[in-house]
Design a protein around this ligand. Structure first.
Ligand code: NDP
Length: 355
């Protein structure tokens, strides 16, 4: 049995929206009255987000003696907390439960001096150093920040979808497709995510029915062609899911025709929701570069466009969206942050190769 993770990403979306007043580089620390280095709320590095990217960044920053603070969010440790079997994270040949894996990440980060606050960051100001991050009324200052707030899958919002999440309803083909060997399943959505997931799922499923709410796809021509050529993929146009049905697990969907309103039933054992992702970037509006689909733009390797603010994981990655890629990204961001802190004299340059 599996539980589907919320994935990330948002559809469509704006072009780059860098606030006009934002400069690419932040001036050096001013020593202003609130820049008190003895203040326990002043940290060399603050990591916003606590999924695989954030906690891996914390492990690396901790091992570089940076005593990181992780602002983990009200529902900490990311999308793997609502995933059961994780079978593709290296090092676990028999698989691992998502929450167990994340507890291990957390323990490892804490072992190296990470402090974790299980609350949402509510406001940031990256306009000058030290950077400022608010958690409600509480203000934290940081010489460097890593943004690793991840992203969330969009769901249909049906009560029955919620009820069967992890019991036949998923939002991640890469994570859960394996559990549908020789089953009949449906994929909702008509964009590239849905087309890609439907095509991927033919590796396992006996048949994949795509449910598209209009009479055309939104996704790219090349991916449409690939899906339409596939004998295992059927497309039902002008259909939306009205209800997910089943007992212990899913056994059918009630569909509504979006043109005629006619209701019908589709017997399937699984439903993959692939209607887009929403990166968790609202907090950074007007502060960081937000690009296509609401994802943060990365400048250089892990930069944000503001010196000292780094970006890691699904909050910028609409392409791979894997725990292991997010973790790798967290490592890169922490190494870059440590080197940057050394380059501006906030810490001694000693650990660059000593992770
Ligand atoms: P998109 O916004 O492109 O597509 C979302 C799809 O879901 C649309 O067909 C939309 O229908 C449908 N949809 C939305 N809400 C509902 C709902 N409530 N019920 C039924 N259907 C719904 O999102 P994607 O995640 O597919 O793509 C996002 C971006 O990522 C795109 O730029 C895409 O090109 C890119 N991407 C690229 C990939 C690649 O190149 N390999 C892979 C995946 C994504 P409607 O069209 O009617 O609005």
């Amino acid at each position: 049995m599996f539980v589907a993770p919320t994935r990330s990403g948002n559809a469509g979306g704006s072009r780059s929206t860098l606030a006009p007043t934002m400069t690419a580089t932040v001036p050096p620390s001013t020593g202003a009255p609130d820049d008190d280095r003895t203040d326990t709320r002043h940290h060399k590095i603050v990591i916003i987000g606590s999924g695989p990217a954030g906690l891996t960044a914390a492990i690396y920053a901790g091992r570089a003696n940076l005593e990181p603070l992780v602002i983990a969010g009200n529902t900490p440790m990311g999308q793997l907390m609502i995933t059961s079997d994780v079978e593709n994270y290296p090092g676990f040949p028999d698989g691992v439960q998502g929450p167990e894996l994340m507890q291990q990440f957390r323990k490892q980060a804490e072992r190296f001096g990470t402090t974790i606050i299980e609350k949402d960051a509510t406001k940031v100001d990256f306009g000058e150093r030290p950077f400022r991050i608010w958690v409600g009324e509480e203000l934290y200052r940081a010489d460097a920040v890593i943004v690793a707030t991840g992203a969330s899958a969009l769901w249909l919002g049906l009560p029955s979808e919620e009820e069967f999440r992890g019991r036949g309803v998923s939002a991640c083909a890469t994570c859960d497709g394996f559990f549908f060997r020789d089953r009949e399943i449906a994929v909702v959505g008509g964009g590239d995510t849905a087309l890609e997931e439907a095509t991927f799922l033919t590796r396992f499923a006996k048949k994949v029915t795509m449910l598209v709410r209009r009479d055309e796809f939104r996704g790219s021509k090349i991916m449409q062609d690939r899906a339409l050529r596939d004998d295992k993929i059927d497309v039902l146009w002008n259909k939306e899911v009205a209800e997910v049905k089943g007992e212990m697990t899913v056994n059918a969907l009630t569909l509504r025709d979006t043109k005629t309103g006619e209701m019908s039933e589709l017997p399937v054992q699984g439903l993959f929701v692939a209607i887009g992702y929403k990166p968790n970037t609202d907090l950074f509006a007007g502060q960081l570069r937000v690009g296509k689909g609401g994802y943060l733009e990365v400048v250089g390797e892990t930069g944000s466009g503001i010196d000292g603010v780094f970006v890691a994981g699904d909050v910028h990655d609409s392409h791979y969206r894997q725990a292991v890629t997010a973790a790798g990204d967290g490592c890169r961001a922490a190494i870059d942050a440590e080197r940057w802190l050394a380059s501006v004299g906030e810490i001694e340059a000693a650990t660059a190769t000593n992770w």
